[in-house]
Design a protein around this ligand. Structure first.
Ligand SMILES: Nc1ncnc2c1ncn2[C@@H]1O[C@H](COP(=O)(O)OP(=O)(O)OP(=O)(O)O)[C@@H](O)[C@H]1O
Length: 250
C-alpha cells in the first residue's frame, strides 16, 4: 500500500519559496495502478519525485507499506521520459542493471530475464545497443528492467509520450500484459486522457498552482479486455476530457 498524507512541497528558500504541491492525500492499494493527469506546472513530476525518494524536503507523510520512503531499503522503479537506458550497455545489460544495482543478481533473474524478453517482444535483440533500437523497443527495454526489479513501486513520467500513436497503444498493451503477470503498484503521469483511462485503475486529477488533488476516479473500465473500441471507454474519455477542460480554465 502507498500512503500519501497531507503532502506539501515547496522549492527554494523563503522569501523566494515556491509552493508546488499543497495538502495532497491519497492511498493506493498494493498492486494498483494510478494515472495522474493535470495541467502543466501543477506538480505531477514533483509528486513522482517525492515518491521516488528524490525530494525528501516536504511536509506531511509518504509511505510504502507503512514505511517512510527510503530508496536504499525499498525497490522503486523509475522510468523517465527518455527511458533512462545507458547507451554503452546492450539490451540484456540494461535490463539487468536495476537488479545489479540492488546487488543481488540471482540465478532466477536469468530465468526471469528470458521470460520478460519473450513477453515484451525483445527476443533476439539482447545484444543490440539502445542506439540500434526504435523508440518503442527502447521503451520495452525500460519496462523489462523495471519489471525484473520486482519493485515495491513503479513510477513512470509520461513514459509513452515520445512514441507515435500506434506504437504508444501497442506498448500500453504490452505494459498491461506484463503488469497482469506481475501486478506492481504503479503511478504514471500522462497528458493523454485515453492512456489514463486505459492504464489507471485510479485516475487522479491534479489542478492549480500550488497543485492540489481535485478529483479521484475509481476507473470501472480498467483491465476490461478490448475496452478501447467500446462505447463506455469513449464516454469516460469524453467525461474526463470535459472535466480537465473545466479545471484548465479555473
Ligand atoms: N527545481 C525546481 N525549483 C523551483 N521550482 C521548480 C523546480 N521544479 C519544478 N518547479 C516548479 O514547480 C511547479 C511544478 O513543477 P512540475 O514539474 O512538478 O509540474 P508538472 O505538472 O510535472 O508540469 P509538466 O506537465 O509541464 O511537466 C512548476 O511551477 C515548476 O516551475
Amino acid at each position: 500500500m502507498i500512503t500519501i498524507k497531507n503532502l506539501s512541497v515547496s522549492y527554494g528558500l523563503a522569501p523566494e519559496q515556491y509552493e508546488a504541491l499543497r495538502h495532497i492525500s491519497l492511498e493506493l492499494a498494493g498492486g494498483e495502478t494510478c494515472a495522474i493527469v493535470g495541467p502543466s506546472g501543477c506538480g505531477k513530476s514533483t509528486l513522482l519525485r517525492v515518491l521516488a525518494g528524490i525530494i525528501t524536503d516536504f511536509s506531511g507523510a509518504v509511505a510504502i507499506n507503512g514505511q517512510p520512503i527510503t530508496p536504499h531499503q525499498q525497490r522503486i522503479g523509475f522510468i523517465p521520459q527518455n527511458y533512462g537506458l545507458l547507451p554503452w550497455k546492450n539490451v540484456a545489460q540494461n535490463i539487468l542493471l536495476g537488479v545489479k544495482i540492488k546487488s543481488r543478481q540471482a540465478a532466477d533473474d536469468t530465468e526471469a530475464l528470458s521470460v520478460l524478453l519473450q513477453q515484451l517482444g525483445l527476443k533476439g535483440l539482447e545484444n543490440r545497443y539502445p542506439g540500434e533500437l526504435s523508440g518503442g523497443q527502447q521503451q520495452r527495454v525500460a519496462l523489462a528492467r523495471s519489471f525484473l526489479l520486482k519493485p515495491d513501486l513503479l513510477l513512470m513520467d509520461e513514459p509513452f509520450s515520445a512514441l507515435d500513436a500506434i506504437t504508444r497503444e501497442e506498448i500500453q498493451a504490452v505494459f498491461l500484459n506484463a503488469w497482469r503477470q506481475r501486478p506492481v503498484s504503479t503511478v504514471l503521469v500522462t497528458h493523454h486522457v485515453e492512456e489514463a483511462v486505459y492504464l489507471g485503475r485510479k485516475i487522479v486529477i491534479l489542478t492549480g498552482r500550488p497543485g492540489f488533488l481535485n478529483t479521484v476516479i475509481e476507473n470501472p473500465l480498467f483491465g476490461v479486455s478490448d475496452i478501447r473500441s467500446s462505447r463506455d471507454f469513449f464516454q469516460l474519455c469524453l467525461e474526463l476530457r470535459k472535466k480537465l477542460k473545466e479545471e484548465w480554465t479555473l
